[in-house]
Design a binder for this molecule. Sequence first.
Ligand SMILES: [Fe+2]
Length: 476
Amino acid sequence: MKQSLLFLIFVSIFSISCAQTQLANYIAANPEAMRLPNTNTTNEYMPLGRFAMIQGPTSNNEAYFSSIVPRYKTYTYILVDAAGKEIARVQPYEVVEQANYTFWKIDKFHFAGLTAGQDYGIHVVEKATDNLEQSMDFRKFRSIDLNQTRFKFVVGSCQADDHRFASIRKSIWNKVVQANPDFILMNGDVVYVDSFEFVKRETKTHKTQEWEIWGRYMDSFQTLEIFRSQRLIPIIANWDDHDMGTNNSDINFSGKDHAKRVFKALFHAPDIKGVFKQGVGGVSSAYTLFGQKFIMMDARYYRQPPGTQKHPNGHLGKPQHDWIISEMNSDSLPTWLVMGDQFFQSLVEVGEGEKKKIVNETFIGDHPVQFERFLKDVKGSKSTTVFVSGDVHFSEISSVDKNFLGYPTFELTASPYHSYIFGGKNWENPRRVVATKEHNFMLVDASKHENGIKANVRAIGAGADLLFEKEITVVK
Ligand SMILES: [Fe+2]
């Protein structure tokens, strides 16, 4: 009896180490197993992993991740090299959950000591002692080579999880992964908390509940293919009204701190010196990548309700306004100012008589007093600036006259990745240079040019079409 037990233990230890060697041998003999997906053929669909996983703030040598996993399991994350050899294994440095409300929790984990340009893999195992064969999930990733002077990113907004966008979603995210960008910018409406199916819009009598926010975040992240892409691509995210929790949400929205907690758990991490910094108040943040700065402006957390045009800090709040400007003066790096709603578009009114309503939300239209001061401060800063927005469910590039900042620049409005496309004509915008009303994202191929930015901007749709293309050069 005793002998057979010992034999069993011996056999199982032997088979575990055998399996490990076999796996390493297999991967060594099949370098294709670690190949980037979709880079050679447009017909191939991106391979998917099991859990929703996000590669968040990333530098040359470290990367932060968040994964959405079952609440009663404890996972260990194993870093492997391109040959499948184990390099490190870590436990989450933080677990964020709201276990009373959902079946899921958010594991936050981190790998350091990475080399830029190398492929890595992540295995997810249930027990700290499990081997790679027992992996529940496998993802590939790279750190970011910050020394590149030319880089490519994808930007868009509005990511509805509604079933009617299922096929668009699949094509759009497949194309994003095919484009192989250095990072993806998700600029607002990453989650529609108040989709009409599950959560009502907040009213005086209906306050959005914490469980409703968590439930919608967890569902949406598991539905959107990009969060299960086997090839992880670093994601930079900003929010807008629906991901803070309700349509045209503002400072008075009851659920804003619940939404902030889950949003930051998914996309933020401790600061990485010189690369990632959390901002003030809501979910603002600043990324320094490839010698350029990307500032996520939160236009919801401090926003005053409609009809407060004269408020001096109605759009961003004073603390955030000051923080953004101090970031733009801390160095002279070219800066992309990223905000959900549009900067320069005036308010658009449609309908007649009682049916008259304003259909958009913008910085200049809703809070012209703060807008004017903001532009003055941006003009006085050391940085050359390009504006990036979303929200409107079409994409356009608009020129920004040199009267505003002292040099001509542009506003790139990228929307929607996959959400409703509204019928009828685009509203009037005399500054519009190019536009599209298809589901799309912008692919921006950028480099530094003198003290400013040079970029090729393409709008790419779910089909084979290139929807528009524009070269921009912005120098002070
Ligand atoms: Fe939207």
